[in-house]
Design a protein. Structure first.
Length: 233
């Protein structure tokens, strides 16, 4: 059993830098290099969907200087990787709020999403200004509007109705979720979609996450038995 969709909580950039006596920005820059390597590994291993938790809605509470650094890195990443996305048949999709992002970044995301929409290789989903709880709240609001507009009964609301109003509409749920840095929590990430995901918690910080860690996580996943609530036959 091979994962179709892998999601990663990229955690530990700041602690990686602190451990080395470096500014947090150095950790974030090292994290971008790891991100590039993992995207390439995902392509090599024919995994069809990769979701990366890049910036949570709660991250806005960090110091303004660090947020500016992160947005600058994001801007550079979009500029630098744009051509490679297209050449490698990668489709880009960004989930999360956009109204709090710089217009320049919003425009670049929209252009990349549009240019890569016909690519049918890896679908790279970047969770940016993302909150699992906010996503579910937004889905409920949309369903409520539909009820008022079309007179639909509350009793008829299905799982499919909810899923069709999530930011991950038309994407498969993640099979495997990896979190680096040794933390054992999901941090408001894909709360609905991860109901039956398998988790792998890796002890290293994100900048140190390498090919061996990634392939080990996939091998561990392949050994697991996913029953989705059913009995083992």
């Amino acid at each position: 059993m091979y994962p179709v969709h892998v999601a990663i909580i990229m955690d530990g950039n700041g602690r990686w830098a602190k451990k080395r006596g470096l500014p947090r920005l150095a950790g974030h820059k090292a994290g971008v290099k790891t991100l590039q390597n993992i995207v390439n590994l995902t392509l090599e291993n024919d995994i069809k969907y990769l979701t990366l938790y890049a910036f949570s809605s709660e991250n806005w509470s960090r110091p303004k200087s660090e947020i500016n650094d992160l947005m600058s890195l994001l801007n550079s990443f979009l500029n630098r990787e744009a051509k490679e996305f297209l050449e490698n048949n990668i489709r880009l999709r960004v989930i999360g709020r956009r109204d709090r992002l710089n217009k320049n970044i919003i425009d670049k995301i929209s252009v990349l999403e549009n240019k890569s929409k016909s690519n049918d290789g890896l679908t790279l989903i970047i969770a940016l200004d993302y909150s699992g709880r906010e996503e579910i709240r937004h889905a409920i609001i949309n369903i409520y509007k539909n009820i008022n507009k079309n007179g639909v009964s509350v009793d008829t609301i299905s799982f499919e109705d909810i899923e069709s109003n999530l930011m991950t509409k038309n994407l498969p749920d993640p099979d495997l979720i990896i979190r680096t840095s040794g933390e054992y929590r999901i941090s408001n990430f894909l709360l609905w979609q991860s109901a039956y995901s398998e988790y792998e918690f890796v002890q290293c910080y994100w900048p140190d996450f390498n090919k061996e860690h990634y392939l080990d996580a996939i091998k561990n996943y392949e050994k697991r038995e996913r029953r989705f609530g059913n009995l083992n036959e």
